[in-house]
Design a protein around this ligand. Structure first.
Ligand code: SAM
Length: 178
């Protein structure tokens, strides 16, 4: 989940604040679908401290005994300052660079269907799915993509899913049992 660089409603590049809901809900979805890791990317050290505080509460603090299931989800979270740090860590762990797939509701020039995404996942190279915050991933992030995933479409007009909903839907289309 990318908090910088993302764009605001005017298309300006900003750094979005971390939302606790995004940590919990996407971690639970990631654990449910057996994802390798859930990276939260923000360059702001106070935001990184906030994430660490929330994760510590549920992983080693009171929350861990209060709700072990939630603990199991939040242990998925890894905090990084930049997308490059994520790619470097994954490349070292997996001994191959991950295939980067970007997502957006506005992806006019998408080049990857959900069937294509499932095929990609079968060919063993690790997949890194990028989700944005605020008004979406900044152009310089989209430019790093190997693939641009087709937007989730409900109807023809309204399309403003939260990143939590979008992540869950995409993970289910990728890994869910039909
Ligand atoms: N509508 C903008 C967009 O999708 O770029 C705003 C961003 S939305 C609040 C935050 C993130 O949720 C997006 O960056 C994308 O990762 C994901 N997302 C939202 N709607 C989506 C859709 N219809 N299809 C795929 N991803 C979506």
């Amino acid at each position: 989940l990318i908090h910088h660089p993302v764009v605001d409603k005017n298309g300006q590049t900003i750094t979005a604040a971390v939302t606790a809901l995004d940590l919990h809900d996407i971690a639970r979805a990631a654990r449910t679908y057996g994802i390798g890791a859930y990276y939260v990317v923000t360059p702001l050290t106070d935001q990184q401290a906030l994430v660490a505080e929330i994760v510590d509460h549920w992983v080693s603090g009171f929350g861990a005994s209060y709700n072990p299931d939630r603990r199991e989800a939040l242990t998925m979270i890894r905090v990084k300052s930049t997308l490059e740090e994520v790619v470097t860590e994954l490349s070292q762990n997996e001994e191959v660079k991950p295939q980067i797939v970007v997502t957006s509701a506005r992806m006019a020039d998408s080049d990857l269907s959900y069937a294509g995404l499932r095929d990609l996942n079968r060919d063993q190279r690790p997949l890194l799915l990028l989700f944005g915050t605020a008004w979406g991933l900044a152009p310089e992030v989209l430019a790093q993509a190997d693939y641009r995933l087709a937007p989730i479409r409900g109807g023809e007009v309204y399309n403003h899913l939260s990143v939590r909903s979008a992540a869950a839907i995409i993970l289910d289309r990728l890994l869910g049992e039909a």
